[in-house]
Design a protein around this ligand. Structure first.
Ligand code: MCA
Ligand code: AMP
Length: 482
């Protein structure tokens, strides 16, 4: 169809009349209609001056148009940069400066980001404008190492970095997972994840497209909608919170889930107890896999064979892992190599260099251990990171904002265990003598700076932060104090 192998693999083979998705209100889109919309949107993007290699930023509510915009951007040869819908105007301002996009796509109702874009002279378009009737355009030829997407992830220094993902990064992972998890045109995926992250956009959507399957495309996670739609589905992908919430709801019985063949979990650790409880209740052993924005999926439990609770399984075909400097229990930082791994961070040679070993392995920052029969277990994280409901929060980014508040001397942000979200964000804050700031005031002051999911759910005021003899803040102690 084209010399754009990714687009050909995702869009080039399904019958026109086959269903691609159905939304919660029953609106269907066929593969023929999807191809049509993508070709038209590619035409609009090119008419708007989007050229091969240009970045297209997109912050819109989850909708089928979001998928059309992703595919059309890649078909236009450009680089898709999806943004969390929770990001504030000031966060968007940073991404605009860093990515230097040709276009920012925003819902017509989004005002703060629009003002920020106007101030920077960045062109803004709505999904409706870009998917309207108009001339179609063919996909632009691209090579395997050309960029298809950039996904921003926060970092230990507090500044977000753009993980670059090539056509081959996405294609190789989609091919491996479609095969490994046995997706076919007969599958119906229950899609309740956001589409601005790897899990919902690349893992879930690319697999459905590769397999020519279809999906029930929900606007977000809603337990009632899940209960309603699950009986006609065959597979679901979710973060652990999906499964713990299902376990607290009596509707998800063995009978209600009889039509399902696969439940996948990832983005955060699934407790072994949740795995066991889910299997006892429903008869389904959740298949846990492990990945990162920078690497796509790295390992997966087997489709056939032992889906071992508490482990993330074996490396995907073509992917290699190793444990760096293992201790006497074999625990060390997981490093990875393969066609799935990012070439680096957008315009950030320094961070790129820091993230790879001298011999070219990507350093995940996760602590792992490999069993004699090759199962990887993630036992912790060397990087200072909180994962709440599958969203990553780098403490430094929140600490920088708290420390900037008048009356604050310093702060430490850390994760506390939470039965629903896995972890929640907590902050310990030291005030200047005489400062009258209270917990609620700190939270309120952060609300126009940081997306809601990064804002601490618990704030403690302390006379000083606990430190070791080297002066390093003891976050483990803060965690143990709650
Ligand atoms: C929503 N809120 C959150 C979160 N989600 N706060 C902290 N952490 C969260 N994850 C805020 C909302 O803004 C709202 O704030 C309040 O919490 C409402 O909570 P609730 O209604 O319970 O939330 P929800 O809307 O039901 O969402 C929870 C969720 C959702 C379903 C777990 O966060 C979700 O879909 N997470 C998936 C994330 C994901 O796709 N991660 C993949 C990353 P207020 O009350 O103030 O309005 S990709 C990745 O990590 C790698 C590559 C991998 O391996 O997959
Ligand atoms: P992100 O950079 O947002 O894509 O998040 C990637 C991080 O999520 C990884 O480095 C891990 O720390 C974590 N992660 C993803 N999947 C799993 C899993 N199955 N078990 C434990 N941690 C996971």
């Amino acid at each position: 169809m084209t010399d754009n192998r990714l687009i050909a693999a995702l869009l080039g083979h399904q019958p026109d009349t086959a269903r691609f998705l159905v939304t919660a209100d029953g609106t269907e889109m066929s593969y023929g209609a999807l191809r049509d919309r993508v070709a038209r949107t590619t035409g609009h993007l090119r008419a708007a001056g989007v050229a091969a290699g240009d970045r297209v930023l997109c912050q819109i509510a989850k909708s089928p148009d979001g998928l059309v915009l992703y595919l059309a951007t890649v078909a236009a040869g450009a680089v898709f940069v999806p943004l969390n819908t929770g990001y504030t105007g000031s966060e968007i301002d940073y991404f605009l400066g860093d990515a230097d996009p040709a276009l920012l796509i925003l819902d017509s109702s989004t005002q703060d980001a629009r003002a920020v874009a106007e101030a920077r002279g960045v062109r803004v378009a709505t999904p409706a404008e870009l998917t309207a009737q108009g001339p179609k355009a063919e996909a632009v030829a691209r090579g395997p190492d050309d960029l298809a997407a950039i996904l921003y992830t926060s970092g230990t220094t507090g500044r977000s970095k753009g993980a670059m993902l090539t056509h081959d990064n996405l294609l190789s992972n989609a091919e491996a997972l479609t095969e490994l998890w046995r997706f076919t045109k007969d599958d119906t995926l229950l899609h309740a994840l956001p589409i601005f992250h790897t899990h919902g956009l690349f893992v879930a959507t690319n697999i459905v497209l590769m397999a020519g399957a279809d999906m029930i495309f929900l606007p977000g996670f809603d337990i009632d909608a899940l209960a309603r739609h699950m009986p006609v589905c065959t597979a679901m992908m979710g973060v652990p919170t999906f499964y713990t919430r299902m376990l607290s709801d009596p509707r998800f019985t063995r009978e209600a889930l009889a039509h399902m063949r696969l439940f996948v979990s990832g983005s955060a650790p699934l407790l072994a107890e949740a795995h066991a409880e889910f299997e006892a209740r429903t008869g389904h052993a959740i298949l846990e896999r492990y990945g990162m924005t920078e690497t796509n999926m790295i390992t997966s439990n087997p489709y056939d064979g032992d889906r071992r609770a508490g482990t993330v399984g074996h490396p995907l075909p073509g992917v290699e892992i190793r444990i760096s400097a293992p201790d006497d229990q074999g625990i060390g930082v997981v490093e990875v190599k393969g066609p799935n791994v990012t070439p680096g961070y957008w315009q950030n040679a320094e961070k790129t260099a820091e993230s790879f070993t001298a011999d070219g392995w990507f350093i995940t920052g996760d602590l792992g251990q490999v069993s004699d029969d090759g199962y990887l277990t993630i036992v912790g994280r060397e990087k200072d990171l909180v994962i709440s409901g599958g969203f990553n929060i780098y403490p430094k980014e929140v600490e920088v904002e708290i420390d900037a508040l008048p009356g604050v001397v310093e702060s430490a942000v850390y994760g506390l265990p939470d039965p629903d979200m896995g972890e929640i964000v907590a902050a310990a804050v030291v005030l200047e003598p005489g400062a009258v700031l209270e917990e609620a005031g700190i939270v309120a002051a952060l609300s126009d700076k940081l997306a809601r999911f990064k804002i601490p759910r618990r704030v403690r005021l302390l006379p000083e932060l606990p430190r070791n003899t080297m002066g390093k803040v003891q976050k483990a102690q803060l965690r143990s104090e709650g």
